[in-house]
Design a protein around this ligand. Structure first.
Ligand code: URA
Length: 238
């Protein structure tokens, strides 16, 4: 973990005074040819979350629905657990629910979700074939970025979802999700086009742009298309 991110986590835990010792259709994504993939940089796995570690899917869903671990429980309409095929080989991870997701209780159902569906279709995947979840299960007010205390409380739920699902590949969309899962503060541009790994079983993890960003910056879609093709190759390599 980088020192800036570590500081933020320590501050959220009230430990800021401590000093650490030691060291769509593819036509929506027309274009670019994929460069040779850069070899893997592995991410450190997070420690297992003791409270969730034994939960099955229904228990975990119930636990999340009742969660009051952070202040977002006071402002949410409902939790947004995740959706998809429990046998999915692909896990897509985003940042946090937005207004439509908060209202409907399902991730990626707004405009960004429609683009995500198109991105998946572009590499031959139906939404129903994959599993989709977020780092945060509750909507941050005004869609602000998650704060460290919220991700610290919420990530164990995603960790358990990953342990239950055992995906063959993770496609992580957007800087916030990528930084939290890889425990880095590197920019998204530095994280894409690499095979990272997640957790003790070393699930391959590929990073790309968030569909909401692509809606704002459509000129970047060709890069997302490179990333999607890259992810498809990583998956095919097994
Ligand atoms: N953005 C996300 O990161 N997740 C959603 O579920 C919706 C929008």
């Amino acid at each position: 973990m980088t020192s800036a991110l570590r500081k933020e986590y320590l501050a959220a835990l009230g430990l800021e005074a401590w000093t650490l010792r030691g060291p769509a259709a593819a036509s929506e994504f027309v274009g670019a040819v994929v460069d040779e993939p850069v070899p893997a940089g592995a991410a450190a796995p997070r420690e297992a979350a003791p409270r969730e570690a034994a939960y099955d899917w229904p228990q975990l869903r119930e636990r999340v629905a009742a969660c009051t671990r952070c202040g977002l429980s006071a402002t949410r309409t409902q939790t947004v657990f995740g959706v998809g095929n429990l046998q999915a080989e692909w896990l897509v991870v985003g940042e946090a629910p937005g207004a439509e997701e908060d209202a409907r209780g399902e991730p990626f159902v707004g405009r960004a979700g429609q683009l995500l569906n198109a991105m998946l279709r572009a590499i031959g995947l139906k939404r129903e074939q994959v599993y989709i979840a977020n780092v945060l299960k509750c909507r941050p007010p005004q869609n602000r970025d998650p704060v460290a205390a919220e991700t610290i409380e919420c990530l164990p739920y995603l960790d358990r979802q990953i342990a239950l699902l055992k995906p063959k590949i993770m496609l992580v969309v957007g800087r916030i999700a990528a930084q939290n899962l890889l425990r880095t503060d590197a920019k998204l541009g530095a994280l894409r086009q690499q095979v990272h790994t997640f957790g003790p079983s070393g699930v391959p993890l590929v990073v790309t742009y968030h569909p909401a960003y692509l809606l704002r910056s459509p000129a970047e879609k060709h890069k997302a298309w490179e990333d999607l093709k890259f992810a498809r190759e990583v998956f095919a390599r097994g």
